[in-house]
Design a protein around this ligand. Structure first.
Ligand SMILES: Nc1ncnc2c1ncn2[C@@H]1O[C@H](COP(=O)(O)OP(=O)(O)OP(=O)(O)O)[C@@H](O)[C@H]1O
Length: 267
């Protein structure tokens, strides 16, 4: 697919050990189109997070990406980026939201300062411009702009996670990688946040690489899903097809292990 935003080809990643190496990702290929939400499903340990880190170029030793692997974002060779290009690539091209992202806010800095740090570093904007952008972004995630004067502890967990998402969106990245972005939150807050992300995606047109253990959420939120088993991608396709007519035995077993999905999440 040449018009893909993200193109992953033959991605192979080992964790290098003292005695033996462990192949966490084995010859995985997939594309994510502009504006698309692509989900990675599969049991714990199958390599989903390892892929998410590699795509964001946040992996480090002992993870080693093997020769022949290719990751392209908007045509750029992600694995070939040097240190300088990488600083620009992160946030501007790709932003990552983790499960514990809400704890990544600096507890002693007002929210306003935390936005300013990211915006100034990447755009060289003035304080006034940063403040305007912060107000705009907070509004997008349903937080009153005047609360930019507050500190992280003055917000609930769900609000803190929304603030991190707003910071991630502030530079208009092309791709947002979300690894269990709402897992630490209660179910109602989870749904609210995902709905908000979905609206933002429609407005701003970014793509999402989405990882969650919650298969119901996955089917509901993703346009397409790739199913992983022991480092390999065994099946990929439109969510509805993967859910309703899975071809691989493992996918069938995966859905079967979540009886709540039988009611038909897709309606
Ligand atoms: N730093 C590391 N050193 C060695 N092995 C690792 C390291 N990080 C992850 N692994 C192994 O690589 C495999 C893939 O891990 P990964 O975290 O990518 O899986 P996952 O599908 O995201 O799992 P989960 O859903 O539990 O987060 C696992 O077997 C894990 O134990």
């Amino acid at each position: 697919m040449s018009d893909a935003l993200l193109s992953v080809r033959n991605l192979t990643i080992d964790y290098i050990g003292a005695e033996t190496d462990f192949r966490a990702v084995d010859d995985v290929s997939f594309d994510v189109a502009p504006g698309e939400v692509f989900g990675l499903a599969g049991e714990s340990g199958c390599g989903k997070s390892t892929i998410a880190f590699a795509v964001s170029r946040l992996h480090g030793p002992p993870a080693l990406i093997r020769k022949g692997s290719e990751i392209r974002l908007a045509g750029r060779d992600v694995l070939g980026l040097d240190k300088r290009a990488l600083a620009d690539f992160r946030w501007r091209e790709v932003a990552m939201v983790f499960q514990s992202a809400m704890n990544s806010l600096n507890p002693v800095l007002r929210i306003e300062e935390q936005f300013y740090d990211v915006l100034r570093t990447h755009t060289g904007c003035t304080r006034k411009e940063a403040r305007d952008r912060t107000a705009e972004m907070l509004t997008l995630v349903d937080i009153r702009p005047e609360r930019m004067r507050d500190y992280p502890h003055q917000f609930s967990g769900g609000m803190r996670q929304r603030i991190v998402i707003a910071i991630c969106m502030a530079l208009d990245p092309k791709l947002v990688v979300m690894d269990e972005p709402t897992t630490a939150l209660d179910v109602v807050v989870q749904r609210e946040i995902l709905q908000r992300i979905d609206e933002l995606r429609r407005q701003r047109g970014f793509s999402v690489l989405f990882i969650t253990h919650d298969l119901g959420l996955m089917v509901q939120f993703c346009d397409r899903i790739g199913v992983m088993l022991s480092g390999r991608m065994v099946e990929q396709g439109p969510s509805e097809a993967i859910f309703r007519t899975p071809r691989h035995d493992y996918t069938k077993r995966l859905w079967a292990s979540f009886p709540s999905l039988k009611g038909g999440v897709l309606g």
